[in-house]
Design a binder for this molecule. Structure first.
Ligand SMILES: *[C@@H]1O[C@H](CO)[C@@H](O)[C@H](O)[C@H]1NC(C)=O
Ligand SMILES: *[C@@H]1O[C@H](CO)[C@@H](O)[C@H](O)[C@H]1NC(C)=O
Ligand SMILES: *[C@@H]1O[C@H](CO)[C@@H](O)[C@H](O)[C@H]1NC(C)=O
Ligand SMILES: CC(=O)N[C@H]1CO[C@H](CO)[C@@H](O)[C@@H]1O
Ligand SMILES: [Cu+2]
Length: 585
């Protein structure tokens, strides 16, 4: 956006003029809408192993993290990348709700990796804890429950201090949980047919066609080239009918505010229906003509192309979103080329979509208040960075309680999408920034990331269950995350719960760490033995029982706010008296 250079009297107002926007930060890309959009291939399991406790199936997958090259500029050399199975985005997992999985991620590349399945309540040792790295020549078996509501999860790198690089060079992919209840709704369906993943990213290239690295960035890398499923500004052929579009913002720093527009003629924004967010279906569809999506957020949309036969529809992005830098074409995302041949479309968008498992409201008391701020060039949460090992556990949450967290943006000029691991939360309120607004598409479902726009304070409520353990929460601007805007919370063990189970609380527990690759560990017998060993400890199969135990426990125990953990910022400890309750915040 170029601000007007002259005031009403024709005088230059230099002080009010921001730095002129540049057309390109890196190599110009001029082939808009000329290449088709790829659809990431579906990942198949290598074998299916029987869970020795439940008798149910565990699908075992193997993913190699490989170097590869991808031709981005038709007239330059290829870009060097690193991706899951040597592609970016990585292959899409299509998982039936209720089938457990074990994914062996083999680091066959150079830099250390850690894999986070974003949107899953994985046990702590398989959640992608940043320090739980797999180095080159090692592998790690990640065990996933897949028992949550149908949802668009994604897996991506989370390695300490270089997550931004790993994700940007290609380590991100889709992981969709499907549930038969969804089929009954008769939404547009069929992966890659009428149910389409749209994985957005923004990058910057050098004059030789290779990626400009975010390694030395300390603020943000907004990117001047917008990609969908790895292809800059693609086109996608559609029929004149409804499509389910699954959006994921996998950019490291760019937030989008999307809208659809005819490519020629009327510039009006075309309305569409948002049907799902991070944790799956909303209670009902939300009609809007624009949608904010920040890093790591997922929104699923039904767009009806039926009245646009023979036309082109452009997916656009607003300018000046969240104070991100704009470039020549960052207001454009992709083009849908609508066929002129009519088709029969029996899919529908029902007015009721799902019963969302919102947490039982805990009342107005804020349990924890977190300030996301920049101090001395470092990004911090309540003045603490992740490297501050002794103080980085900023909240102790008794297992099974519902807590209200207040997230405050304290540094002007920046926005922070905040991701809390383990839980799905309800966005309760937003103050300042975009007005006192929680969009219906944010509040009618559960989320695991909320965008804290410039100057905003947001309250989120979550049920800290089913598991206990140490989990991360952080900014999903991955450059901020790598530069310390990450901390931990500890869902603490209920010593008197009276329920016998194996502990999985320590994300760094030795027996779950990465191991060296040897041929002996990759035989079907060795794999089966390993997977069955994990399953025998029953990390997931008792989830319903655990939830009941926790509910029973909290029906007869009083929730006590445990207040800030050791090292919590002193200035955040404000005493507040509400009725007869005294709370530390
Ligand atoms: C639609 O877009 C495609 C791909 O960019 C282009 O080839 C075609 O000419 C466009 N059609 C119309 C009607 O604008
Ligand atoms: C491991 O990486 C090497 C070198 O990049 C490659 O040749 C090999 O095929 C990879 N192995 C697998 C199993 O993908
Ligand atoms: C987390 O809480 C558990 C008790 O549930 C405790 O044993 C453990 O030391 C705590 N871990 C950290 C890192 O605070
Ligand atoms: C710098 C800035 O805009 N900070 C704001 C962050 O949000 C809080 C609470 O909404 C405001 O009071 C600050 O002004
Ligand atoms: Cu941030």
């Amino acid at each position: 956006m170029i601000a007007s250079l002259f005031g009403p009297l024709g005088l230059a107002i230099l002080s009010a003029v921001p730095a002129l926007a540049k057309d390109w930060e890196g190599q110009a890309y001029t082939w808009l809408y000329q290449f088709p959009m790829p659809i990431p291939p579906v990942k198949s399991p290598a074998m299916t192993i029987t869970n020795p406790v439940t008798g149910g199936p565990i699908d075992y997958y193997e993913v190699y993290i490989n170097h590869f090259q991808q031709q981005i500029y038709p007239n330059k050399g290829p870009a060097d990348m690193v991706g899951y199975d040597g592609i970016a985005p990585g292959p899409t997992f299509l998982i039936e709700k209720g089938r457990e999985s074990v994914v062996r991620f083999v680091n066959n590349a150079t830099m250390a990796t850690s894999v986070h399945l974003h949107g899953s309540y994985s046990r702590a040792p398989w959640d992608g804890w940043a320090e739980d790295v797999t180095t080159s020549g090692q592998f790690k078996d990640y065990y996933y429950p897949n028992s949550q509501s149908a949802r668009f999860q994604w897996y991506h790198d989370h390695a300490i201090d270089h997550t931004a690089e790993n994700a940007y060079f290609g380590q991100a992919g889709g992981y969709i949980i499907h549930d038969p209840a969804e089929d009954a709704l008769n939404l547009p369906s069929g992966y890659g047919i009428y149910d389409i993943p749209l994985i957005l990213s923004a990058k910057q290239y050098k004059s030789n066609g290779k990626l400009f690295s975010p390694a030395s960035e300390t603020d943000s890398l907004y990117g001047d080239v917008i990609h969908v499923n790895g292809q800059p500004w693609p086109f996608f052929n559609v029929q004149p009918r409804k499509y389910r579009l699954r959006f994921l913002d996998a950019s490291i720093s760019r937030t989008f505010r999307l809208y659809f527009q005819r490519s020629t003629g009327s510039t009006a924004k075309i309305p569409f229906q948002v049907i799902a967010s991070d944790a799956g279906l909303l209670t009902g569809p939300v009609t809007t003509d624009n949608l904010y999506i920040s890093m790591a957020e997922r929104y699923e949309v039904v767009f009806d192309f039926s009245t646009f036969a023979g036309q082109n529809i452009t997916l656009r992005n607003y300018e000046d979103v969240g104070q991100d830098d704009d470039y020549l074409h960052t207001d454009k995302v992709m083009r849908f080329v609508v066929s002129s041949t009519p088709v029969t479309d029996t899919s529908v968008v029902p007015t009721a979509l799902a019963t969302v498992d919102f947490p039982t409201p805990a009342g107005p008391t804020v349990d924890h208040h977190f300030e996301f701020e920049r101090t001395n060039g470092e990004w911090r949460i309540n003045d603490i960075g992740f490297a501050d090992v002794a103080n980085r556990v900023l909240a102790n949450v008794p297992r099974g309680t519902v807590e209200l967290w207040e997230l405050e943006n304290s540094s002007g000029g920046w926005s922070h999408p905040i991701h809390i691991h383990l839980v799905d939360f309800k966005v309760l309120s937003r103050q300042n920034g975009r007005g006192n607004t929680v969009y219906a598409y944010e509040s009618q479902g559960l989320k695991d990331v909320v965008w804290l726009g410039p100057g905003e304070t947001v309250k989120v409520e979550a049920h800290y269950a089913p598991w206990d353990g140490v989990y991360m929460f952080h900014c999903h601007n991955l450059i901020h995350e790598d530069h310390e805007m990450m901390a931990a919370f500890n869902v603490t063990k209920l010593l008197d719960l009276g329920y016998a189970e194996t502990d999985f609380r320590d994300p760094m527990e030795g027996r779950w760490r990465a191991e060296a690759v040897t041929p002996a560990k990759f035989t079907p017998a060795a794999i089966t033995e390993k997977v069955q060993f994990m399953a025998n400890l029953q990390p997931y199969n008792n989830v319903d029982e655990v939830m009941e135990e926790l509910d029973d426990y909290w029906a007869t125990h009083k929730k006590r706010s445990v207040g800030p953990a050791k090292g919590d910022k002193v200035k955040a400890r404000r005493m507040r008296i509400e009725g007869n309750r005294v709370n530390m915040m």
